[in-house]
Design a protein around this ligand. Structure first.
Ligand code: ADP
Ligand code: TZP
Ligand code: MG
Length: 280
């Protein structure tokens, strides 16, 4: 995968302005809609079981986010997800807080069983819990994790859950279990903005809507989001997280094919489990 292949996807996104159907949480709804608009996509939030199948089938991507879930919402997500599946619309899952309560973990696993999820994006703790691995989690926030750990965790999860997996943190990892990319960039101020991960998953949805190779689309989403965050922090770090949040939206609107410069690094990798022949 070349940096050129990744970079040109922003032009495609600007040209196609894909409709992104989000079923997200009450904390991040407005931030997500504004972030997607700034990026050049067209957001819609729709939750009613009476309409989600119709909305999902006309969208460029469907993003399911478990941040403030209920039994009814999960049912509606499954209806939407199955409609997306039968119309070739990619489905992204953000398992917010998986592992924090048994209901969150079970709901995420239920969606993964009943819907064909194209890309799962979570922090290390959430992905580990879905993979049956125990890790500290505090509400929706992950604890510390080393870079190598995230690479192997993402690869194990991708193989077990049979989807492309992005594990985010100080560096982001995306893999289909056999090959993948590490994306360095971004800024630690992202950790002080609630919804930074949720918006990222919807941004990945926007790239998935314009590029069917989910590894390529996901890498582009991670890299462009990191680049926007880096630039936003350059301008607002001294002021604090409130100014940074607004600047992040501004910088998402300024992205172009030259944005992935010196401050973003995209490196392909083979998980060591693949190199050592352990992966099936
Ligand atoms: N320690 C960190 N330093 C820099 N960027 C980070 C750090 N932790 C997370 N990020 C970035 O914050 C965004 C959200 O990721 P993350 O915090 O893992 O998700 P979530 O908010 O869902 O827990 C991603 O773009 C990720 O690269
Ligand atoms: C604080 C909180 N509580 C339920 S959802 C949510 C937002 C989580 O957003 P993110 O995972 O992007 O930080
Ligand atoms: Mg999250």
């Amino acid at each position: 995968m070349s940096l050129h292949q990744v970079s040109v996807l922003i032009d495609k996104l600007h040209k196609e302005q894909p409709l992104i159907h989000n079923m997200t949480n009450v904390v991040v709804t407005n931030f997500t809609a504004n972030g997607l608009l700034a990026l050049g996509a067209s957001p819609v939030m729709a939750y009613a079981r009476e309409e989600v199948a119709d909305m999902a089938k006309i969208a460029g991507a469907l993003v399911l986010n478990l941040g403030t879930l209920s039994e009814e919402l999960v049912e509606a997500m499954i209806i939407a997800g199955q409609s997306a599946n039968s119309h070739g619309v990619p489905v992204l899952l953000d398992p917010v807080g998986a592992g924090a309560t048994p209901f969150r973990t079970a709901s995420a696993l239920r969606i993964l069983r009943e819907v064909e999820v194209s890309l799962l994006r979570g922090n290390a703790a959430e992905v580990a819990h879905l993979n049956g691995e125990n890790r500290a989690i505090k509400g929706v926030d992950a604890g510390q994790s080393a870079g190598d750990e995230r690479v192997e965790l993402a690869a194990r999860a991708a193989r077990k859950l049979r989807t492309v997996v992005a594990v985010t943190g100080p560096e982001d990892v995306i893999t289909d279990g056999q090959t993948g990319c590490i994306v360095k960039g971004g800024h630690r101020l992202l950790m002080q903005v609630t919804g930074a991960g949720c918006l990222l998953t919807s941004v990945l949805g926007a790239f998935a809507a314009v590029e069917r190779d989910l590894l390529l689309a996901g890498t582009a989403g991670l890299a462009f989001y990191g680049a926007a965050a880096y630039r936003a922090a350059e301008r607002t770090e001294a002021a604090g997280p409130g100014s940074f949040q607004i600047a992040l939206i501004d910088e998402l609107s300024r992205l172009n094919r030259d944005s992935l410069t010196a401050n973003t690094e995209v490196r392909e990798f083979l998980p060591s489990s693949v190199k050592e022949g352990e992966a099936q």
